[in-house]
Write a protein that binds this ligand. Structure first.
Ligand code: THU
Length: 151
């Protein structure tokens, strides 16, 4: 990725701050693990998500997928970055929360792996930035199926 495509420090701060706010909405009475996400669209909008659990466990949804599904259902399909914060219940963020495999695959559907930036944060000052290609190497995506259809 070239330097101009990398998020500015200010944008990262705003995204992390928004993810921290979104985490307050987490509905996680079973795991008591609260996650918030802030998804940046190519058009510059921020769409938030939190994890939403369920008494039947299986229907639970991760914060990242909540954000993606909200955005796609509103017509947005191009994304630049996502900030994720997660830790056991409480105000303090004690760990970096990396996206689960299912969420990485959902990102693969709508993002360019070498360009989409994933920020995992403990605070606005303490974070790590990865591309989707780094967290999901050799991923299977829409191009595979389309190429197969066109062959
Ligand atoms: N969780 C997320 O929201 N995102 C992830 O990428 C990993 C896990 C949620 C699901 C569940 O509500 C809780 O964290 C504990 O697994």
């Amino acid at each position: 990725m070239n330097e101009s495509e990398k998020l500015s420090t200010d944008s990262i701060h705003e995204l992390v701050k928004t993810a921290i706010e979104a985490r307050r909405k987490s509905y996680s009475p079973y795991s008591h693990y609260q996650v918030g996400a802030a998804l940046l669209t190519a058009g510059g909008q921020i769409v938030t998500g939190c994890n939403i659990e369920n008494a039947a466990y299986g229907p639970s949804n991760c914060a990242e997928r909540t954000a993606f599904f909200k955005a796609v259902s509103e017509g947005m399909r191009k994304f630049s970055a996502i900030a994720i914060v997660g830790s056991p219940e409480g105000e303090e963020l004690t760990q970096y929360a990396y996206p689960c495999g299912v969420c990485r695959q959902v990102m693969m559907e709508f993002c360019v792996p070498s360009q989409f930036q994933i920020i995992v944060a403990k605070s606005t000052e303490d974070y790590r930035v990865f591309t989707l290609a780094e967290l999901l190497p050799e991923g299977f995506g829409p191009a595979n199926v389309c190429e197969a259809q066109n062959a």
